[in-house]
Design a binder for this molecule. Structure first.
Ligand SMILES: Cc1ncc(COP(=O)(O)O)c(C=O)c1O
Length: 332
């Protein structure tokens, strides 16, 4: 189906997003960190890029028709982006998600006419991914109009970043010494690794993951913040070796998010993780070098989690709550 057949016609693909917006963080490490803000587009996250790339590729392959129904497992941001692109192009869309996905994302998907299915059972690794994938497989077996985008194995997930995110960074900063990228499906990471290997091999790329994620071989553990981390190694993560990996406990993510909120910058969870990972390299990064980090979304989707005192109290140690809310009167 062609986009021109529908009522909304964007004049260029870039009309959907702001591609080269950076903010400078001067207080994190001795070098200035250029944080690439990916949350300023109609979907509110970097996931608009793979959503567009994956759906457009299916259209170009002639796989989609007016009866096609798309389905995807997502902790929220890709689901929201797919709901938008599906609504614009006239496809039905179902997002399979879980209780730790952001409530705002679930509401957004529904607002765009998408269906949301929330699985409740944790899988053998303590996460929800296997349960989400099993539900999709069961639904695919019953409905031959249903098409699973499968971001974990879909090459168009990382190609989106080879085509957009990576060149956008090098067009903005021709010399990049360090690049810090959060890893979920590893689409952003793999796409950037491919592009930078070819166009800027001097750039040191660091993958940042969250404690409890199995992507880079660590043990599975219960996680609370949506976005980064997996409970099953994504197929696309095996594409190329990742030179440098750092793992961040959720408590450090929350501390960084609150630190920047106090300065007037509301970061999303994965951005807090990426910046906490970056601080571990403070002694390796020379002051006058160019450092770039990717902020996949913004903080408004985390008002009911990271920025919610009750949620912090429920899921983390009392000491974290007291350090973040020193003026809170009671703790029961
Ligand atoms: C907020 C946020 N950050 C980071 C990521 C990870 O990106 P990728 O799947 O490209 O590894 C995601 C993925 O959904 C996300 O929603």
């Amino acid at each position: 189906m062609q986009q021109e057949q529908h009522a909304l016609i964007f004049d260029s693909p870039t009309a959907l997003r702001i591609d080269k917006l950076f903010i400078r963080l001067t207080d994190l490490i001795p070098a200035t960190v250029h944080l690439k803000l990916e949350g300023y587009n109609i979907a509110g996250s970097i996931k608009l890029k793979p959503a567009l790339q994956m759906i457009t590729a299916l259209e170009q392959e002639g796989i989609l028709n007016s009866n096609s129904e798309l389905i995807e497992s997502s902790s929220g941001n890709l689901g929201t982006a797919l709901a938008i692109v599906s609504a614009q192009r006239g496809y039905r869309f179902t997002c399979v998600t879980d209780p730790i996905s952001s409530k705002t994302n679930r509401q957004l998907i529904q607002a765009y006419g998408g269906q949301v299915l929330v699985v409740q059972e944790r899988d053998d690794y303590g996460g929800f991914l296997q349960t989400r994938l099993q539900l999709i497989k069961d639904m695919l077996a019953k409905n031959n109009q249903l098409i699973w985008l499968n971001q974990y194995a879909n090459k168009n997930n990382y190609l989106a970043h080879t085509k957009t995110t990576a060149p956008e960074i090098l067009q903005s900063f021709p010399h990049v010494d360090w690049l810090f990228i959060g890893a979920g499906t590893t689409g952003t990471l793999m796409g950037c690794l491919q592009y930078f290997r070819q166009h800027s091999p001097i750039t040191k790329i660091v993958a940042v993951d969250t404690e409890g994620s199995v992507t880079f071989g660590a043990a599975a553990k219960k996680r609370h913040i949506p976005g980064l981390g997996t409970s099953r190694k994504p197929e696309i993560s095996k594409l190329t070796e990742v030179p440098d990996i750092t793992i961040v406990p959720e408590i450090e993510t929350i501390r960084i998010c609150h630190r920047y909120a106090k300065q007037g910058l509301l970061l999303g969870g994965s951005t807090g993780t990426v910046l906490a990972g970056l601080t571990k390299y403070a002694n390796d990064i020379k002051p006058n070098t160019n450092v770039v980090a990717i902020a996949a979304d913004l903080g408004e989707r985390y008002l009911d989690t990271i920025y919610n005192p009750e949620w912090i109290r429920k899921h983390f140690d009392a000491s974290l709550y007291h350090s973040l809310y020193p003026n809170a009167k009671t703790y029961s």
